[in-house]
Write a protein that binds this ligand. Structure first.
Ligand code: ZN
Length: 323
């Protein structure tokens, strides 16, 4: 028996045509990305078709955990289990069990986490052939498969990352994004998105800034902005706990731009502690660029948001406003 070790080799059999497969197999590893993108594009468009066919047509998606998309299309039964840490997918002959430890969901916010974990496990089901009996994984990731642990770890990581990516597309499908979130970035649009999609800010951050939106050019949805999710804002300091997200066209990673970071820090010192829901905006001229900074702490005890949009200075923009 031959083992397919590469997740993309395995998925290519299902999602590429014969000509595409033969060039995918011949091509140098660095050029494989184009085919990986093509595979992903087709999986996500298939996914959205399936979701619509099974009534997942508006947000929040998969809110009913025994809805027909999960139960019939993905052949999953969600079962509580205290024996596992968070959630796990178990393949049976004719479907899957998603085991989930309900003890970890102790407040209302945790419902978002629960849906994210379920969406991730649903992501794993796309790496199986579910049309046959018994259901079989598309590639050989089981323990009987003897490869070096390094290779096994990288297969595992690839599978995990892609299952999380599918999970994010389930919770905020590409085709549906523009109905909820305008193309023009703003913190208010981000907060509305959290509310509508019922997902955590980190997930929406990845979805808008990192995940591919346009498969032709690889751009993300908010491609020329950057967002800092400000954690532990009691200190008023940018710290390692903050999460940084950059759109694909973003000119310079803000994490590497110490001058801009110190400008942001000095704004924070100026306005801190600020009233929840009071928006702060400022334009900064630096290195021939005009950076538009928007800061909002929506609630006293939750994350704060800093949105940075770089603009060329020759364009006319409004002066500093504080309101
Ligand atoms: Zn997983």
């Amino acid at each position: 028996m031959t083992y397919i070790v590469d997740i993309w080799d395995a998925l290519s059999v299902k999602y590429l045509n014969i000509n595409e497969i033969s060039s995918f197999r011949r091509i140098k590893i660095e050029k494989k990305y184009n085919y990986v993108a093509l595979i992903k594009k087709r999986i996500f468009s298939d996914l959205w078709q399936r979701m619509k066919n099974f009534g997942e047509m508006k947000c929040p998606f998969i809110d009913l955990i025994d809805g027909p998309f999960i139960r019939i299309d993905r052949k999953c039964a969600i079962k509580p289990s205290k024996a596992i840490k968070t959630a796990r997918l178990i393949a049976r002959n004719s479907g899957f069990d998603i085991l989930i430890n309900n003890d970890i969901f102790f407040n209302e916010n945790q419902n978002k986490l629960k849906r994210y974990l379920i969406a991730h496990e649903l992501g794993h089901t796309f790496l199986f052939n579910t049309e046959i009996y018994p259901i079989k994984p598309l590639f050989s990731n089981n323990d009987n498969f003897h490869v070096e642990s390094e290779i096994r770890n990288s297969i595992w990581k690839e599978e995990e990352d892609f299952s999380f990516e599918i999970g994010r597309y389930i919770l905020a499908p590409t085709e549906y994004l523009p109905q909820v979130i305008p193309k023009e970035p703003s913190i208010q649009a981000f907060i509305d998105g959290l509310e509508n999609f019922q997902i955590a800010d980190e997930i929406l951050g990845k979805r808008l800034f990192q995940d591919t939106y346009n498969w032709k050019n690889g751009e993300s949805y908010w491609n020329d902005a950057s967002l800092i999710i400000f954690k532990n804002h009691h200190s008023g300091q940018l710290s390692d706990e903050c999460q940084y997200f950059h759109g694909t066209n973003y000119l310079e990673k803000i994490r590497d731009n110490y001058q801009l970071q110190s400008e942001i820090q000095s704004i924070l010192c100026e306005i801190y502690p600020c009233d929840p829901n009071k928006k702060f905006q400022k334009n900064i001229d630096m290195n021939g660029l005009n950076w538009h900074i928007e800061i909002l702490f929506p609630f006293t005890d939750s994350d704060g948001y800093i949105l940075i949009t770089p603009r060329l200075t020759e364009k006319n923009y409004t002066q500093t406003t504080l309101f």
